[in-house]
Design a protein around this ligand. Structure first.
Ligand code: PEP
Ligand code: MN
Length: 353
């Protein structure tokens, strides 16, 4: 699959490509105010959600088509390109009617091939840049599948947005970055441009700078950052929006390293290893928490900690599983025994409390 760059005049001249604007267009005044401030700082692409996918009904679901006229006004007044999310064929037709310059497909939509196909069909024969967010679940094939659907409709200016992956265990991030996913996407489709979305990964404005830096270190092409003149009063995603002034400061702090090809490859691999090790340790920690719960249950019900047959069975099963995944019996035995020992230690602590 050979893709083209976004090809928006004046945008690709510098890295990173910046897309900024509020999570949602709320009112005409709010939309225009943030747009004017961003334009004054040299931002070239303005984002604003018009239709908002919300987890539960009853929340603010976007202003709808009315807001498209505000985007048109932003374009006319500031000269910025405008970008919005589309989730249905109707959204596509309406956005095109109002001259929106860049469309993006949201994470919940990418996860649904029917919806992506409907959007692709609506875009048949249209030449417009489309950015495809990763699906909410960490499924690379689903992400690539969405790119293919849009490509098959004849579009070539296709980019990807890495916005992190949903997880039950929300600790630091709202959505887990799993950096190896966009890195692997780039390996599979080398011509694709990747935009980092630190607002939706972090969920907190303090995380925007470090996440932007990581995206730059992984050679991403751009960043999409939620920006609002008065973030604390935003109607959606208020914790992760920054003021235009704060955005400017973040940009000034970013360090852009141009890495030589050979070290770049190694950096990518090292970053993947770091990320996977972190996932492994997090999984360990989760397992230990469950062990502790078991310890409490056993204490309450007067059950002994070590159940020999269960342990022997588990050890054998894990070793066989590890072998089937290409690891040696010896390695698997050491790993499973170490995990089990720590889990017993945790349970003993609980018994002795
Ligand atoms: C957004 O960009 O405001 C949005 C809804 O993002 P996502 O699809 O990544 O959740
Ligand atoms: Mn948002």
């Amino acid at each position: 699959m050979e893709l083209e760059k976004l090809q928006l005049e004046g945008v690709e001249d510098r890295r990173p490509i910046i897309i900024a604007g509020p999570c949602s267009a709320e009112t005409q005044e709010q939309t225009l105010q943030v747009a004017r401030e961003l334009a004054a700082q040299g931002v070239k692409i303005f984002r604003a959600g018009i239709w908002k996918p919300r987890t539960k009904p009853g929340g603010f679901e976007g202003v709808g088509a009315e807001g498209l006229a505000w985007l048109k006004q932003v374009k006319k007044e500031t000269g910025m390109y405008t970008a919005t999310e589309v989730a249905t064929a109707k959204h596509v037709y309406e956005a095109l009617k109002y001259g929106v310059d860049v469309l993006w497909i949201g994470a919940r939509t990418t996860a649904n091939p029917f919806a992506v196909q409907e959007i692709a069909d609506a875009l048949e024969g249209v030449d417009i840049p489309v950015l495809i967010k990763n699906p909410v679940n960490p499924d690379l094939e689903l992400w690539i599948g969405a790119v293919e659907r849009i490509y098959n409709a004849g579009l070539r200016r296709i980019g990807a947005i890495h916005r992190g992956f949903s997880s039950y265990d929300k600790k630091i991030y709202r959505n887990q970055p799993q950096w190896h996913m966009p890195v692997e996407l780039k390996r599979r489709i080398p011509s694709i441009q990747i935009i980092g979305d630190p607002s939706h990964i972090g969920g907190k404005r303090e995380l925007i700078l470090p996440l932007s830096q990581q995206a730059m270190d992984l050679q991403f092409d751009g960043l999409i950052i939620e920006t609002h003149c008065n973030p604390d009063t935003a109607w959606s995603d208020k914790d992760q929006q920054v003021t235009p002034h704060a955005l400017n400061e973040i940009m000034n702090k970013l360090v852009l390293r141009d890495m030589a090809q050979s070290t770049e490859d190694l950096t990518d691999l090292r970053n993947q290893i770091d990320e996977i090790d972190k996932d492994i340790l997090e999984a360990f920690a989760k397992r230990m928490r469950i062990s502790e719960e078991m310890g409490m249950f056993k204490k309450e019900h007067n059950v002994s900690i070590l159940q020999r047959t269960r342990y022997d069975e588990m050890l054998e099963k894990r070793i066989a599983l590890g072998e089937s995944l290409g690891m040696s019996r010896e390695f698997m035995r050491v790993v499973v025994e170490a995990i089990h020992a720590e889990s017993i230690r945790k349970q003993m602590d609980i018994m002795n409390k």
